[in-house]
Write a protein that binds this ligand. Sequence first.
Ligand code: NI
Length: 175
Amino acid sequence: MQPDPRFPIGKFAKQASYSPTERAAHLEMLHQTPANLAAALVGLSESQLETPYREGGWTLRQVAHHIPDSHMNAYVRFKLALTEATPTIKPYDEEAWALLPDTKTVPLAVSVALLEALHLRFVALLETLTEADWQRTYNHPASGLATLEQVLALYAWHGAHHVAHITTLRRNKGW
Ligand code: NI
């Protein structure tokens, strides 16, 4: 069976709960995401960046700009859940965001720098969470309640998932 190109590291598999060791591993993945994105983009030409990672999929440029778009939303969701009782968070239309003109005009280095700065705040915040904080929840209008340890696992996976879109295409193309 051919692997599904949409899911180079597999789909996200949510657990009901996580051990402190698992959370630490996810936090480390989150910490590494900006460096991994920067490394995945090294040496790509403008035309390579305009290549879809799969047929009908986002270009490598859209994939890379999407990661800070998504993780800025995630950072805000953590802060909402840490300061309000089970807030209902605001989904966003990621396909429409990926089509906004800034994703064509802003250099990718800006999004890498944005992700680096964001994750410094994000990881620093998450390092302060207590066991009780990890069990705090938000409500997503489509997918329902999530604990913050589940959200951490999701975004640890999410960064690696999109970086793998870039690295998998590079490997397949010999770039
Ligand atoms: Ni995504």
